[in-house]
Design a protein. Structure first.
Length: 80
């Protein structure tokens, strides 16, 4: 099964770098969308819901799995 993975990240973000490195280490392709502008980031958070206040935000097949911890849990559930 092919996975469509999108990583919303910002520059100088250790968690963002860790999430991308995890995906690369498992040879999983992903699209990265950098949101470095504060206004854009706040608009993105508002669109995701009130509980979202940090980067990265990762989506697998258009479903938000959350940040690094959510990505690890989703990959384990998918057997990846």
């Amino acid at each position: 099964m092919s996975l469509k993975i999108t990583v919303y990240s910002k520059s100088a973000c250790p968690q963002c770098d860790s999430a991308k490195q995890l995906l690369k280490s498992r040879s999983l392709d992903f699209e990265e969308v950098k949101i470095d502008d504060e206004a854009e980031r706040l608009a993105f958070y508002a669109k995701c819901g009130p509980s979202v206040r940090q980067m990265p935000q990762i989506f697998i097949n258009d479903q938000r799995v959350g940040g690094l911890t959510g990505l690890q849990a989703a990959l384990a559930q998918l057997g990846r």
